[in-house]
Structures are given as C-alpha cells and as structure tokens.
Design a protein around this ligand. Structure first.
Ligand code: SAH
Length: 297
C-alpha cells in the first residue's frame, strides 16, 4: 500500500503535510494496525468517519512526532485532526517571529479535553502555555493528560474558566503577560445546528450515520449565537487586556463572519489586524489576529 498523498495548502513547517507513513506509525503504536486499510485509491488509510480510528491515529502521530506517550479523550469529546491543529500553531510561530522557548507565553482559550494546541506548541517550539477551559470534565481530563506527559508537564498550566461568557477575565492574573492568545471557538449557534453540521460532514465523507464523526460534546461545538457572538465578545473583552497580551488570535470557520468581526475590531480601536488563510486539502479556514500595540504592527 502506498502512503497517502500530501495535503495541499499546509504550512511549510507542518511535519504532517507529506501524508502519513502508516508502516512507521503502526511501529510506534501497534494498536493502530487494526484500523489501517486501503482506501478507494489503494493507499493505506483509516476510516476517518470512525472516531476510534481517528483517536488511535492521533495517538500514533503524537508518539511518532513528539514522543508523547499518553493522549486520549473522554468518550464523546472532540477528537482533533492533528495536522490541521498544527497549522495554526506554525502560523502563531510566524506571528511571534519564530521566537522559541519557555519565556514565550501562550494562552489557549477553550483548550478542550484534548489540550491539543498546548501539546503541539510545547513540543514544536518549547513555549509555555496557560490552557483555559470552561467545561469541568474537559478541564479535569486535560489536566490529567498534561500530568501524564512529563516531557511537557512543566510547560503547561491548566486553569478553569468559571464564566462561559468570559475568555480573559478570571484567567489572566494581575501583572501577568502573554505573547499571544489562541482559540478554536465553539462555532455552531445551537445544539440542533451542531448535529446538522455533523450529519453533513458524514455525508461528505460518504457515510450515512448521524453520529458525531469527530466526536464532540454539544457544548464543545456550540454557544448561544455561534462563533460570531463568541468572537465578538472576545474582541470586546480583549480591550481590557491590551497590554497584558501582545497578540490575540482566533480561528474563524465562516468567512462570512469576517466583515462584522472587522467592524468590532475597529470599534475596539485595535492597532493592527491580520487575516491568515489556511487550507488543509478541501477544508478552508482562517486565523483572525489583532493587537492593540502600535509597536507590533
Ligand atoms: N481546543 C480544542 C477544543 C475546541 S472546542 C480543539 O481545538 O480541539 C471549544 C472548547 O471551548 C470547548 O472545550 C468548550 O468547552 C470551550 N469553551 C467554550 N467557551 C469557553 C470560555 N468562555 N472559556 C474557556 N473555554 C470555553
């Protein structure tokens, strides 16, 4: 079986852009063997609609790339595609002008049970992280996951957000400083929309089942008003932390939200805005980044 073709559009430093070497992956994580089978083109692959297969692939990728021995998610929680999440991290590194090491402090808003961004950022660039999460089960799970990986445990601190309408208040402490914040926001406007979105995703993958194929508890995937309301609130709140955090960033899954978000940034009197396009194969996304500090722009 051949290895999978490279995914177009990934960041040049993304180590997963050349596709997966399943022989090497099953070597580091034999449990993956049970899920590897040829796809329609005869290439080695897995069933991406099967959450257990995707989870096991992630375990193998994190072991192979970073030597992380322990990664898992609670049943039904969001299972992130590692290559896509890596892309965001590499773009953050570009914004930080490739500064590395533990003195670079990064804030992850909504780190999830999977704590995927801090794991990748700590391993790739040695950055230190505060990983904020509102969901209690996800928070506890994420904290245990970090503790189970001594390689990164000293670099990542988990903090519980008590208010679902706040991102920075209750997390950033007085006189604390961050170089950058990141966020993969809950993007659907309701639980029903989240379920419909996941059914659509399954149809696109050519499967008829309606289960959440990449997992995801309802509250991981939606917030009242969807990503537009969530990010708008984040922009407004960021004004209170204009000096505490040099760059604020978030994923924006729907490009039609950008004009309204740019208006909100104007109202907040930011000094600079960047929109960074990302593509992983067919899937397009973008990072919205802003700073209040004139010296950064
Ligand atoms: N970062 C992970 C999880 C993203 S899902 C990944 O990319 O896979 C979005 C997460 O944000 C969920 O875990 C949800 O519980 C959390 N969340 C929602 N509102 C939040 C808030 N105000 N502060 C912190 N976390 C929040």
């Amino acid at each position: 079986m051949k290895r999978q073709a490279a995914k177009a559009g990934m960041h040049p430093r993304n180590r997963f852009r050349e596709g997966y070497d399943f022989a090497a992956l099953t070597d580091v994580h034999p449990a993956l063997t049970a899920f590897v089978k040829p796809n329609a083109h005869g290439d080695a692959s897995i069933d991406y609609a099967d959450p257990r297969a995707v989870k096991t692939l992630n375990q193998a990728l994190l072991r192979q790339a970073y030597g992380l021995q322990h990664w898992d998610i609670p049943p039904g929680y969001l299972c992130p595609p590692v290559p896509g999440r890596s892309d965001y991290v590499h773009h953050l590194a570009d914004l930080l002008q490739m500064r590395c090491g533990a003195s670079i402090r990064v804030l992850d808003i909504g780190t999830g049970a999977n704590v995927i961004y801090p794991l990748i950022g700590a391993c790739e660039y040695g950055w230190s992280f505060v990983a904020a999460e509102v969901d209690e089960q996800a928070f506890r799970w994420g904290k245990k996951l970090i503790e189970a990986n001594p390689k990164v445990a000293g670099l990542i601190e988990c903090r519980r957000q008590k208010s679902s309408t706040h991102c920075f208040h209750g997390i950033i402490r007085p006189r604390e400083h961050f170089n950058i914040s990141l966020c993969n926001p809950p993007f659907h406007a309701s639980a029903a929309e989240a379920a419909a979105g996941s059914a659509r995703k399954n149809r696109n993958l050519g499967v008829s089942r309606t289960a959440l194929n990449f997992g995801g508890q309802a509250h991981e995937l939606w917030c009242e008003g969807g990503e537009l309301v969530f990010i708008r609130r984040m922009i407004e709140e960021s004004e209170d932390f204009s000096e505490a955090c040099d760059w604020f960033t978030t994923l924006v899954s729907k490009s039609e939200h950008l004009p309204k978000l740019e208006q909100a940034l104007k109202r907040a009197h930011v000094a600079d805005v960047k929109i960074i396009d990302m593509a992983q194969g067919q899937k397009k996304s973008r990072i919205l980044a802003w700073t209040f500090q004139k010296s950064r722009s």
